[in-house]
Ligand binder design. Structure first.
Ligand SMILES: C[S@@+](CC[C@H](N)C(=O)[O-])C[C@H]1O[C@@H](n2cnc3c(N)ncnc32)[C@H](O)[C@@H]1O
Length: 469
């Protein structure tokens, strides 16, 4: 390449796949509202989010939904120009301002015209880019996240992903060796077919690796766009929690807590002797390492914070609102049974009482819920129930009615566009919910209902409370 030539996106991507676009999924953990509740749950003061940034926003579905449904102003980058075009189309349709750059992490980190951010998110980036890009991301976060600000990062975690490394190596090696210049999807298909035939011969690696057959079964039928971006980049680097902690410490960040609400259910899986060991560990990094070991986690979603301020856990939590989002307000049997049998977690009667109360689909603060249940449960009990229900996607965090009302015009405009783009064969897709300040995943049937929504349509109850009322 001549010295003065501008490198293509493919060259600048340093081995990251650019020839095929990514999926159109929505990621709730990148929602500032979702983060706020999780931080409060962890006893930390969440930042108020006016400026937010998504690094590597993909098709931009999450970013556009948050820009339309919430009150933060969003900035972001992605190296793939097709992704950026799609994301710009969504924010323009919503009629909201967002600042989207078709740039690599390295170029984006070198910018001098960006504000300080209260919230920076990166989902599906950390394990899949080169060391140089990871360093640029850490540098960016160190420079651009304000004190008290929060980072969300997800990644392939060890030890859970360790057994996949040889399988990933195998399919990538096959895809490279069999490259006949026919494009990435046929190469992936043939590599998966090759791996399936190899595993069918019952190799010793399969015999010695419980769980590998199940992982491969999931992988072999996965969306090829997902597989291309998950396994077929040059870099694929699962990490131990302590390694990520060391990288982020260089940007001044400490662990704030898991970005999610699966803790209540996870704690049911941990045996008493294991819990006793966990309880004896003071160092938060070693404790998380041991938890990952106990649960064999293969993926982590976390929040990290710069210069945290600790709060009494009850402070602020009392005003957080939740609303029913599920069709059927019932805890799945696999969660309810261990709760009942082990006596760990919130009492079954309190869980049922909260679900009953929320079945009118009105958003309520945790304090309001506690008051409605009389003396039956404390605010702390209600917070435990809320965590359990959030972890099961039965409820979502809700913003105030005033904020929801303010978002309504932009979410309606964005939803019209998202509904148009419901491609044939698409399963579930996210739309923007003004009440959730974020996305609500709906089925094709529900999307059909929304297109021709009549006030009396059966099946509209859930949608009306979250999208229309
Ligand atoms: C697995 S996708 C995740 C996309 C999005 N965050 C999501 O979860 O839907 C990774 C994204 O990172 C982008 N990407 C990869 N390497 C990059 C780089 N060096 N600079 C900027 N973006 C990059 C890709 O184009 C892709 O959109």
């Amino acid at each position: 390449m001549p010295a003065d030539a501008v490198p293509s996106a493919k060259d600048r991507a340093e081995g990251y796949v650019t020839e095929i676009g990514y999926t159109f999924d929505y990621h709730p953990r990148t929602n500032p509202l979702y983060m706020r509740l999780a931080l409060r749950r962890a006893g930390l003061e969440p930042p108020s989010v006016a400026q937010a940034c998504e690094l590597g926003f993909g098709q931009g579905v999450s970013l556009a939904i948050h820009a339309a449904a919430g009150s933060a102003r969003w900035v972001g980058n992605d190296i793939n120009p097709d992704h950026v075009r799609h994301a710009r189309g969504l924010v323009e349709a919503a009629g909201v301002a967002a600042d989207l750059h078709a740039e690599s992490f390295v170029d984006f980190a070198a910018r001098t015209d960006l504000p300080s951010f209260d919230f920076i998110v990166l989902h599906g980036i950390w394990s899949w880019v080169s060391d140089g890009n990871r360093a640029a991301i850490v540098d960016f976060v160190g420079q651009r996240l304000r004190p008290g600000g929060v980072l969300h990062v997800s990644y392939n975690a060890l030890p859970g992903k360790a057994a996949m490394e040889p399988l990933r190596h195998l399919v990538v090696q096959h895809a490279r060796q069999a490259d006949k210049g026919e494009g990435i999807v046929p190469r992936i298909d043939r590599a998966i077919d090759f791996a399936a035939r190899l595993l069918a011969t019952n190799p010793a690696y399969l015999q010695d690796t419980p769980g590998l057959a199940r992982s491969f079964d999931t992988l072999k039928d996965a969306d090829r766009r997902y597989l291309a971006h998950e396994y077929f980049n040059r870099d694929w680097r699962p990490m131990h929690f302590a390694e990520v902690a060391a990288h982020l410490a260089a940007a001044g960040l400490v662990f704030a807590g898991p970005a999610g609400y699966s803790g209540a259910v996870e704690s049911l899986l941990i045996e008493p002797a294991q819990q006793a060991m966990l309880d004896g560990i003071d160092d938060p990094v070693l404790r998380e390492t041991v938890r990952d070991f106990l649960l064999n986690r293969g993926f982590r979603y976390d929040y990290w914070i710069k210069a945290p301020v600790e709060r009494d856990a009850g402070d602020g939590l009392r005003d957080e609102r939740i609303v029913l989002v599920a069709d059927k307000p019932a805890l799945p049997f696999e969660v309810r049974a261990p709760l009942l049998l082990r006596g760990k977690g919130p009492p079954d009667a309190t869980v049922s009482a909260v679900l009953d109360l929320l079945s009118d689909r009105r958003a309520r603060s945790l304090a309001e819920i506690a008051a409605s249940l009389g003396g039956q449960a404390s605010l702390a009990d209600i917070a435990d129930v809320a965590e359990l229900l959030l972890g099961q996607d039965l409820v979502g965090a809700a913003q105030s009615d005033r904020e929801a009302e303010a978002a309504r015009g932009a979410t309606d405009r964005l939803n019209a566009r998202l509904l148009d783009g419901f491609e044939p064969g698409a399963g579930r897709r996210a739309l923007a919910s003004p009440l959730l300040g974020g996305g609500l995943t709906v089925s094709r049937d529900e999307a059909g209902l929304l297109r021709g929504a009549q006030p009396g349509d059966p099946g509209m109850t859930r949608l009306r409370s979250l999208m229309i009322a």
